[in-house]
Ligand binder design. Structure first.
Ligand code: ZN
Length: 134
């Protein structure tokens, strides 16, 4: 079901500062940025090999990413696995007894269809399932 690591999501409090680290220091290239209103987050994608780093900056103190940073500080927030079919992946996870945060696919940055598995079901790791075109 899982094809590869689609991306690693990293919560940052200041995207501009974070980009200096990831581009100037680490030498990655910024592919794109996008504001996802629904999640109150500004997202930057930095491809690396066959996967991507996804930097997430909250655009509002109410956003889930702002709450994450408040509780746990900046850092890795989730791992996203690429799947062929998001609906089937959700069903399979539910059939296997996993608790889903998203029972239905929703919009994810970069035009993906995504669903999160609850970290209570995944030993503390927030897992995103992501279906999207290459
Ligand atoms: Zn993500």
């Amino acid at each position: 079901m899982i094809k590869k690591i689609d991306h690693i999501g990293i919560a940052v409090s200041n995207l501009e500062e974070a980009l200096k680290l990831y581009t100037d220091v680490l030498g990655l290239n910024l592919a794109d940025t996008e504001i996802v209103e629904e999640q109150k987050v500004k997202v930057a994608f930095l491809p690396i090999g066959d996967t991507e780093i996804e930097l997430l900056e909250p655009t509002d103190p109410d956003s889930p990413i702002a709450k994450f940073i408040e509780k746990r500080g900046q850092g890795i927030q989730h791992i996203a696995f690429r799947v062929d079919n998001i609906e089937e992946a959700i069903k399979e996870m539910k059939d296997k007894g996993m608790r889903m945060i998203d029972e239905k696919p929703r919009y994810g940055a970069g035009g993906a269809n995504i669903a999160f598995i609850h970290p209570k079901s995944t030993q503390g790791v927030l897992v995103e399932l992501s279906e999207r075109e290459e």
